[in-house]
Design a protein around this ligand. Sequence first.
Ligand code: KIV
Ligand code: ZN
Length: 513
Amino acid sequence: MADKLFIFDTTLRDGEQSPGASMTKDEKIRIAKQLERLKVDVIEAGFAASSMGDFEAIRAIAATVRDSTVCSLARANDKDIQRAADALAGSDNKRIHTFIATSPLHMEKKLRMTPDQVFEQARTAVRFARKFTDNVEFSPEDGSRSEFDFLCRVLEAVIAEGATTINIADTVGYAVPELYGQLVKKLRERVPNSDKAVWSVHCHNDLGMAVANSLAGVQIGGARQVECTINGLGERAGNTSLEEIVMAVKTRKDYYGLELGIDTTQIVPASKMVSQVTGFVVQPNKAVVGANAFAHASGIHQDGVLKARDTYEIMRAEDVGWATNKIVLGKLSGRNAFKQRLQELGVEFESETDVNAAFVRFKDLADKKAEIFDEDILSIVSDEAAAAHLQEYFRFVSLSQRSETGERPHAKIVISVDGKEVTGDCDGNGPVDATLNAIESQVASGAELILYSVNAITTGTQAQGEVTVRLSKSGRIVNGVGTDPDIVAASAKAYLAALNRLQSKTEKLNPQL
Ligand code: KIV
Ligand code: ZN
């Protein structure tokens, strides 16, 4: 059998632990379907015991996804494992992933447990998880800072209990490639039953080395599963980025000699979907999925690429799913053309009513903007899905604003609050500030604005602006995304979207538990 590297995607679990990246059930289902199109081997759909929202999302994904294994995280205790098993019950291709910290620091200060207690809890947990499935993963949390002999003892015991995947977590991103690769290698050599499990790597990017560490775990250590997220989303500096791992292994197959099951043409669509849903913008120079990843600006490079592509290109943009911006639809396009384009983009709506609502948004946009690109359609889909499932308590109605050199900008906004229209009228330092002040004059949310960013979703001055707003209130952090050809209107929509999330009771309070 070919030497295969398994791709375990944890965008919906570890990725969601980024402050503000929490996703609704429907957003998670959309992303899970895209991950299935991408052909990832395992989708970690969430942490069933962490909230009702996570439990329901895992259950829905387990009932929907067929081609990838669906996994839930669980702490090493019966209650969490039972929750994971219940959420996954509808899947015949499932995995339970259980973990407990094994480093002296975590055991003593966080768990307040002795090594012997941790050892016992790890084995009992794996034994219990095996009652529900024969596909069980065990992670020693903070594994890279754990004491080697103790780690060997725990791993041998959990494999003996039936763990089929062993995942060495570099929880705090402390590892360096050589040492981490050696650690995985030595563990595999020392643990007597190591050949009974697939070894996996899980690296955080605090020192910018998550991808390098994961590759060292594969190449030096012999790991055959990499845990990663789309766009490297994740706590703090994020996780190993899926697109970088996949394209490194594929492009340098001469060196790694590994097979992958991934359909790489689905990488950019997945990246755009995750960015749009979470509001986490992809930096332009990000490898593989950044807007500039395939742009050649210098004259020498352009000249070379025109003569022979491989002078300066090691991968082809189309192989990772970059399509040149196509004008797909316009003002005169009908409902059928719109529906067909949705199908081509892999977007599925639950009902004709939802398609109709998205089509109304499309027509509205086509009135303002002559050329509608795929990115515009995807942003309409995101807006529609958010509106349908977050129950728009706050809704944008209309905006007029005035700004003139030497004058203080002024905005007048009409919004609907729980179905009742109200008007806010305010000044501000700039048009966006005036608009957000006008909203606040009506809603008095008490939320603190902690991030505001604007991006153009396609090229040119006709492009729609995509605004991300991050709000914090009483320990909760939420993101809101808004798009519109008018960036001030996009800002108002993003602000209202974030307020709707703060309002929503189903949003997870603390993704980390
Ligand atoms: O970083 C970590 O330790 C984790 C584990 C739960 C695998 O995410
Ligand atoms: Zn992690």
